[in-house]
Design a protein around this ligand. Structure first.
Ligand code: THU
Length: 157
């Protein structure tokens, strides 16, 4: 029997160690976080997407009384980004939460799968920056790194 081992590499740093562009992306995510509609979980999340055409798209989580009808901040941001600029690639996504969490916030499996598909259809990787409210920061250089066993694109006929 063989074992297959997957590993995941995350860079850990402080918010001050990010370059100016990424710090600005974090600021945009944090500002958006304040506008989240999260009356049920009271967990306020903000996301900011930087595209390779220079545009930045922000979003926050939107919840609903019919629980599964809500949507995570990063999925709204990424869908908005790709619906507005379908031909542009996603460069970086910053995700942050207002609440105290022990570690930087990480995306749910559905969001990772959505981000992974966009990564697969573009040339370069999507960098994911995850920031905790104290400023502790994790960086993944690609979505692929965050989702072992992610779905592949269907084969083209
Ligand atoms: N949430 C996000 O928006 N992004 C994440 O990365 C994790 C979780 C939202 C979904 C829900 O509205 C609330 O946070 C609690 O899970």
């Amino acid at each position: 029997m063989d074992y297959i081992k997957f590993s995941c590499e995350i860079k850990s740093c402080s918010i001050e160690e990010l370059d100016k562009e990424d710090q600005a992306l974090h600021k945009a995510a944090l500002e958006s976080c304040e506008k989240a509609y999260a009356p049920y979980s009271k967990f306020y999340v903000g996301a900011a997407v930087r595209m390779n055409n220079g545009e930045t798209i922000v979003a926050n989580n939107q919840e609903n009384m019919a629980y599964p009808s809500g949507m995570c901040a990063e999925r709204i941001a990424v869908f908005q980004a790709k619906s507005a600029y379908p031909k542009s690639a996603i460069d970086t996504i910053c995700i942050t939460a207002k609440n105290d969490t022990e570690e930087p916030i990480t995306s749910c499996g559905s969001c990772r799968q959505v981000m992974l598909e966009y990564e697969k259809i573009q040339t370069g990787p999507i960098k994911i920056i995850m920031v905790q409210s104290t400023g502790k920061t994790w960086i993944s250089e690609s979505v692929n790194n965050l989702l072992p066993f992610g779905f592949d694109l269907p084969k083209q006929e």
